[in-house]
Design a protein around this ligand. Structure first.
Ligand code: FE2
Length: 195
């Protein structure tokens, strides 16, 4: 299935001042588009040409690095746009997630661990909340990888590539991940992934 760039689910100004129009224009219109275009070129003629995006990501992992990197980033970014909303964040979690987070050790521990994962991911990558074997886990991955290829279901991910925060936060990745968590997270979409 050929990749296509989805529109943002909000206006380019919707996430300001926490994520600016300029960041979204570069990140969505240029970086995400490049993953779509490169992915489509690399997909042509492969065994995955007619598969779903999720099947392409899982199938190409460890077998076709070029395709995997671009398909993985396409998958991650489609979700990333939806994992944010105007007026997001806050401690009020949807019921399904609240229950799992309580088992994990509570909101504050989960928040601390998620931010720590984003801060300590060396180089480009992502930090995650995912569900594996019925439990919430916090994870970090390099480049275009995600918990999807580790047998888990990603329910929240934050892009910690420099292109995600450098315009608004310069080198202050910790400040970016904290702000993402406290001001932008769309917990309803996180729950929809879990369901
Ligand atoms: Fe990105």
């Amino acid at each position: 299935m050929a990749f296509s760039l989805p529109d943002l689910p909000y206006s380019y100004d919707a996430l300001a001042p926490y994520m600016s129009r300029e960041t979204l224009e570069y990140h969505h219109d240029k970086h995400h588009l490049a993953y779509v275009n490169n992915g489509n070129n690399l997909l042509k003629g492969t065994e995955w040409e007619n598969k779903s995006l999720e099947e392409i990501v899982k199938g190409s992992f460890g077998k076709n690095a070029g395709l995997f990197n671009n398909a993985g980033q396409h998958y991650n970014h489609i979700h990333f746009w939806n994992w944010m909303k105007k007026g997001g964040g806050g401690k009020k979690l949807p019921g399904n997630i609240e229950k799992l987070v309580a088992e994990y050790g509570g909101y504050d521990k989960m928040r601390t661990d998620f931010i720590q994962a984003g801060v300590t991911q060396f180089g480009s990558g992502w930090c995650w909340l995912a569900v594996k074997d019925g439990k919430v886990i916090v994870a970090k991955t390099a480049n275009g990888e995600s918990p999807l290829v580790q047998g888990a279901t990603p329910i929240l991910g934050c892009d910690v590539w420099e292109h995600s925060y450098y315009i608004d936060y310069r080198n202050l990745r910790p400040k970016f991940v904290e702000t993402f968590f406290d001001k932008l997270v769309n917990w309803s979409f996180a729950e929809a992934n879990f369901a």
